[in-house]
Design a protein around this ligand. Structure first.
Ligand code: NAI
Length: 337
């Protein structure tokens, strides 16, 4: 029986990188029946809604989706489709493993951390209003329920992946009630996991520590906004947005996607690096129980980048998206010969 997976190619570079991933997964011999749906800017212009109901229904039915980036206009226009998707399906945990890829020269060796971000509330609740002209209020929502749930997710993930420490990142010295509640929930949940170390850091200090000694971190647990920002910072430690994967996980399903956006500056030019999307697909294959194909693709990525030195432009190489994709397919064939 093939796995049924919802595929959302997305905006900008989305179709180039998801096309690459579908090609590589097929070459790895995994039987997937893709249900492809349009969402984002194109869906808005064609159907009047950037997140049509049939996309959500498909994800609920299949419980697994691979999603390309979706454009959100800055300041005006429709609300973020990504935020809407995560909230509608209650994909409460955003998981972003960040580690060095062999052969990529980056400022730091031995980075191996995981960002766990709460995905459903905080300043991303979309509750903004004009109080009087010239004064705007944005509401930061933090609940005991969501904070406890994400803290438990982080500790459970630590246990299942053999990780040693969870560090909560917050600004409870200033936002005493909201971040204070997030921290309290974290500390309470931590008592249930005596086998995992638990500590916390104020977000500004955490930023400095991350760019001075990132190796000290294992799992970082953050609210939505800090998690969004720190994910990109962490991606920058290991080679940038083109290489870091992600997953949005909830009870109703899991949506796998790269950390980066739709990269409009390089869209349609065959320049995008599909590695981040491919690494997200590797996470997806593990989730589907396709461990050997996942391992083969993961090894082929490293072989292509490190041994063959075939890299896209963002990693200092000259390969186009399609050349790099075929190189990964060849690497898989060589490794399994
Ligand atoms: P971005 O991540 O799209 O691009 C930032 C920079 O990184 C650009 O120079 C881009 O060319 C480069 N880059 C990103 N991914 C790359 C890849 N795979 N290969 C090579 N270079 C890559 O961030 P930006 O420009 O701030 O956002 C563009 C749009 O994407 C916005 O509408 C934003 O809302 C949306 N976005 C969507 C996300 C999602 O769907 N999960 C996440 C982040 C942003």
């Amino acid at each position: 029986m093939p796995h049924k997976v919802t595929l959302i190619p997305g905006d900008g570079i989305g179709s180039e990188i998801t096309g690459a991933v579908v090609r590589i997964i097929e070459a790895a011999g995994v039987d997937i029946e893709w249900e492809s749906y349009i969402a984002g800017a194109e869906a808005l212009s064609r159907f009047g809604d950037p997140l049509p109901t049939d996309v959500l229904e498909s994800i609920k039915r299949n419980k697994v989706a691979l999603k390309g980036p979706l454009t959100t206009p800055v300041g005006t226009g429709f609300a973020s489709v990504n935020v809407r998707l995560r909230k509608t399906l209650d994909l409460y945990a955003n998981l972003r493993p960040v580690s060095n890829l062999p052969g990529l020269i980056t400022p730091f060796p031995d980075v191996d951390l995981v960002v766990v971000r709460e995905n459903t509330e905080d300043l991303y609740s979309g509750l903004e209003h004009i109080v009087v002209p010239g004064v705007v209020e944005s509401l930061k929502i933090i609940t005991e329920k969501a904070s406890t749930r994400i803290a438990r997710f982080a500790f459970e993930y630590a246990r299942s992946e053999g990780r040693k420490k969870v560090t909560a990142i917050h600004k409870a010295n200033i936002m005493k009630l909201s971040d204070g509640l997030f921290l309290d929930c974290f500390r309470k949940v931590a008592t249930e996991y005596p086998d995992i170390q638990a500590d916390d850091k104020i977000v500004d200090n955490a930023c400095m520590q991350l760019v001075m000694k990132p190796q000290q971190f294992d799992i970082l647990l953050l609210e939505n906004l800090y998690g969004d920002i720190i994910s990109d910072l962490a991606a920058g430690l290991v080679g940038g947005l083109g290489v870091v994967p992600g997953a949005n996980i909830g009870e109703l399903g899991s949506v796998f996607e790269a950390v980066h956006g739709s990269a409009p500056d390089i869209a349609g030019k065959n320049l995008a690096n599909p590695t981040a999307m491919l690494q997200s697909a590797v996470m997806m294959l593990r989730h589907l129980g396709e461990r050997s194909a996942a391992d083969l693709i993961a090894r082929a990525i490293i072989y292509t980048l490190d041994e063959k030195k075939i890299r896209t432009r963002d990693l200092g190489g000259t390969a186009h998206t399609t050349e790099y994709t075929e190189a990964v397919v060849h690497s898989m064939q060589e490794l399994s010969a």
